[in-house]
Design a protein around this ligand. Structure first.
Ligand code: PLP
Length: 385
């Protein structure tokens, strides 16, 4: 038996995604910038992909820009917007638990003379709106906040944060890293007053190496990639037609079945949390309810190092993450995000993340729980000697 419980790291493509990706690579493979029929055909795939994605967000298709994934989207949103708006101010705000694809561009901006405030979080991973309100000042030009934390599944108060930000100054830009939310929750940037939203396709059963950045038409932003002038000169580079078509197909499937998928994920999560709670000495970091994502359960297994447990599970065909798999920084023994939750060292070193997709089955969860039940006493005994 196999249980792939690492869907926040990446997901398997659906059959329909594979079909459209292969078709745009093998048959309709033109360059959308070419003037002949093959180009026009490829251009149609791009246009339709933009329309499909725009519809899922209830925004205009001209506000969708294809990128190579959320890392590029985040870099572009932060650096491009900071550079374009620096005359208005040099202060940026974010949370202490962002993905490296937000934190590192912000560190770069600090080196360029910007000032960044990192909002702390509570033990569940949530920021405090009061802290945000106090951090906003006359020099603030941009706030960047993740919608769902990729390691513990905390849902940040994006709607309330937007209200505070816009009340203080409607010109302050609000960027949201929506990677772990898009396709799992309804995300409507206009309603939520989100100016820029980053998304990656491979987290929603689309291909890797493609994503998008939603940019509200009114936002002033510089392009980062200069070249052939594709995408209205805002993001040069030959358009990734197979990627865009595959991502749109994945988005369509995710949003057509959103309620049904969410209900399924919540059931899986409940089974996982109940099962974990029955195991001796397990500390669950994630919570149930509206402040936590339906597809992520993070828990610590004191007495066993995460890596040891991860590999023991792997031997039984169960795939999970220690913290987050999105960072390839092998030198970091424990996750920087978990440290921000102020967990004691023993918990930091023994945490695993289990993440589900709409295609995860109850059997996979039950198999994982039964295997944990079997492995934990053995590994704990071994660790003590
Ligand atoms: N932001 C979050 C919250 C993520 O979970 C990830 C995952 O890898 C990223 C950004 C980066 O996405 P990608 O590696 O597809 O560029």
């Amino acid at each position: 038996m196999e249980a792939y419980l690492d869907n926040s790291a990446t997901t398997r493509c659906t059959e329909a995604v594979r079909e459209v990706v292969v078709r745009t690579m093998m048959e309709d493979y033109g360059n959308p910038s070419s003037k002949h029929m093959k180009g026009v055909e490829a251009e149609r795939y791009l246009r339709e992909a933009r329309e499909t994605i725009a519809k899922t967000l209830k925004v205009h298709e001209k506000e969708i820009y294809f990128t190579s994934g959320a890392t590029e989207s985040n870099n572009w949103a932060l650096i491009g917007a900071a550079m374009a708006n620096q005359r208005a101010g040099k202060h940026l705000i974010t949370t202490a638990v962002e993905h490296a694809a937000v934190l590192l561009p912000l560190h770069y901006l600090e080196e360029q003379g910007f000032r960044v405030t990192y909002l702390p979080v509570d033990e569940r991973g949530h920021i405090s709106l009061k802290d945000l309100e106090e951090a906003l000042d006359d020099d603030t030009i941009l706030v960047s906040m993740m919608y769902v934390n990729n390691e513990v599944g905390a849902i940040e108060p994006v709607a309330e944060a937007a209200k505070l930000i816009k009340k203080r100054n409607p010109k302050i830009l609000f960027h949201v890293d929506g990677v772990q939310a898009y396709g799992k929750l309804p995300v409507y940037p206009k309603k939520l007053e989100i100016d820029m939203l980053s998304v990656s396709a491979h987290k929603i059963h689309g291909p890797k190496g493609i994503g998008f950045l939603y940019i509200n038409d009114k936002v002033k932003i510089h392009p980062l990639l200069l070249g052939g002038g594709q995408q209205k000169g805002m993001r040069s580079g030959t358009d990734n037609v197979p990627g865009a078509a595959g991502m749109a197909q994945a988005a369509k499937e995710a949003y057509e079945h959103l309620e049904e998928h969410t209900a399924h994920l919540l059931k899986l999560k409940a089974t996982m949390m109940e099962g974990l709670a029955k195991l001796p000495s397990v500390v669950i970091h994630s919570e149930e309810g509206s402040k936590s994502a339906p597809h992520i359960v993070s828990a610590a297994f004191p007495g066993v190092r995460s890596e040891v447990l991860l590999h023991a599970l792997e031997e039984r065909g169960i795939y999970v993450s220690a913290g987050s798999a999105c960072s390839s920084n092998k030198k970091l023994p424990v996750s920087a995000v978990l440290k921000e939750l102020h967990l004691r060292q023993e918990l930091l070193e023994s945490t695993l993340r289990f993440s589900f997709s709409a295609y995860t089955t109850e059997e996979e969860i039950t198999y994982c729980l039964a295997t944990l039940n079997e492995l934990l006493p053995v590994l704990r005994r071994y660790a003590r000697h």
